[in-house]
Design a protein. Sequence first.
Length: 114
Amino acid sequence: MVETSLADAGDWLDWSERHMRPELVSAAAAWLVHPDCPATGRIYHAFGGHVARVVIAETAGITDLQLTPEAVRDRFTEINEVAGLTMPETRSGFWTYVAKTLAAAGIPEAPALT
């Protein structure tokens, strides 16, 4: 598949075969499936000896209790602003974030999670 997608890539294919060897990804995979690895429910990107956690984060966005398509259109820049990203690490952290976001818009406070 790589050879097909890079058929016109010239020297890049040779370079990638030298520097992006499978064993460099296998090392990351071996640790991620090891019983002592604390990571669960996460995404990692590995290539050429590089390993990084991929995160899915949420922008501050907008809260509008009378939300319309036009409001989304008109405030789309604000919705997409990446300053102040929120990245809850746990299920309860996520629901706490949801409750606080809605409370800031005037929704009654959510009951505590047990």
